[in-house]
Design a protein around this ligand. Structure first.
Ligand SMILES: *[C@@H]1O[C@H](CO)[C@@H](O)[C@H](O)[C@H]1NC(C)=O
Ligand SMILES: *[C@@H]1O[C@H](CO)[C@@H](O)[C@H](O)[C@H]1NC(C)=O
Ligand SMILES: *[C@@H]1O[C@H](CO)[C@@H](O)[C@H](O)[C@H]1NC(C)=O
Length: 285
């Protein structure tokens, strides 16, 4: 289980609204994307992935009020209202997340799918502070809480696969873990998230809302997805943060090679699916 050590998070977190270069994409759009990021405590880490992965940051993706569908992964073709990413880097091999982000085995991301439902007091520990970081460049410290609260029920049920960044050298740098079960937030909480932030600085005369900060599903490709639970024959499509074809081939080959090497000790429930692939998420650095 990758989640053993998440409880270490009861310290101050910092919300930073930061700009990040986005990958070149075929569609028009701003050159820059902006994420809310919560910096995570440096000594928080996850175990069970081979190497030690220390925490870097968490951030969210969402749509807008009229189209409240902003998850980057889809399951069974279903896109969710929003998605939370907790980003970790391989601290056995690299000094920090920015160095690790384009290196082999560099990053591990835990992804939580978010749907509309009942009020979520844990997520409100983040959302209630968004008003303090409405504009680019603003920062606020928020009281610590356990990151574990943000996980869905039965976190031992997840999909796992290796993904790459779109930019060369195309290493399979990101080990994705997408939890099977979504968490619920209320309609009001979702609206708050969708309307809270701007991509522009406070003094900018033409403010731009931060909405639709997720990547579109772009194409299908074949990819190995490890499923940690027995699923009931439901057609499963995991839309992946996307990758150029050659990167996929490389990632899958390495994955296959590794699995072959380690298949003796692990009871393997891996399944081949044909997931949707989309243009990559931001560099997660
Ligand atoms: C898309 O980009 C092109 C080239 O920069 C520009 O001419 C065009 O107006 C843009 N379209 C939209 C809808 O922004
Ligand atoms: C990573 O986490 C471990 C365990 O909490 C800690 O001892 C170590 O200093 C951290 N490494 C870095 C580079 O922050
Ligand atoms: C990451 O580590 C490199 C090498 O030690 C250092 O030059 C760089 O400033 C660090 N970046 C951050 C964001 O800490």
């Amino acid at each position: 289980m990758p989640l053993r050590s998440l409880h270490a998070a009861a310290v101050l977190l910092l919300v930073v609204l930061k700009e990040q270069p986005s990958n070149p994409t075929p569609h028009n759009g701003s050159k820059w994307t902006y994420i809310v990021k919560l910096k995570l405590p440096k000594d928080m880490h996850i175990q069970g992935l081979g190497a030690r992965y220390n925490a870097s940051q968490l951030h969210l993706h969402w749509g807008d009020e009229n189209e409240p569908h902003g998850s980057e992964h889809t399951v069974g073709g279903k896109q969710f209202a929003a998605e939370l990413h907790m980003v970790y880097y391989n601290s056995d091999l690299y000094p920090n997340a920015s160095i690790a982000s384009d290196k082999p085995e560099g990053l591990a991301v835990l992804a939580v799918l978010i749907e509309m439902g009942s009020f979520n007091p844990s997520y409100d520990k983040i959302f209630s502070h968004l008003k303090d970081v409405k504009y680019k460049g603003q920062e606020v410290s928020i009281p610590g809480f356990s990151i574990e609260e943000l996980l869905p029920k039965r976190p031992e049920e997840y999909y796992r696969y290796r993904g790459s960044l779109t930019t060369p050298p195309c290493y399979p740098t990101v080990l994705w873990t997408v939890f099977r079960n979504p968490v619920e937030i209320s309609q009001q909480q979702l609206t708050d998230l969708e309307t809270a932030l701007y991509c522009t600085r406070v003094e900018d005369p033409s403010p731009r809302e931060m909405i639709h900060n997720f990547r579109q599903v772009q194409k299908f490709d074949e990819r190995l997805v490890y499923v940690s639970f027995r699923h009931e024959g439901i057609a499963l499509f995991v839309a992946l943060a996307g990758v150029l074809g050659i990167c996929i081939v490389l990632a899958v080959s390495i994955w296959l090679f590794r699995r072959k090497k380690s298949s003796k000790k692990v009871a393997n429930k891996g399944v081949i699916y044909k997931p949707a692939v989309k243009q990559d998420a931001e560099a997660h650095a």
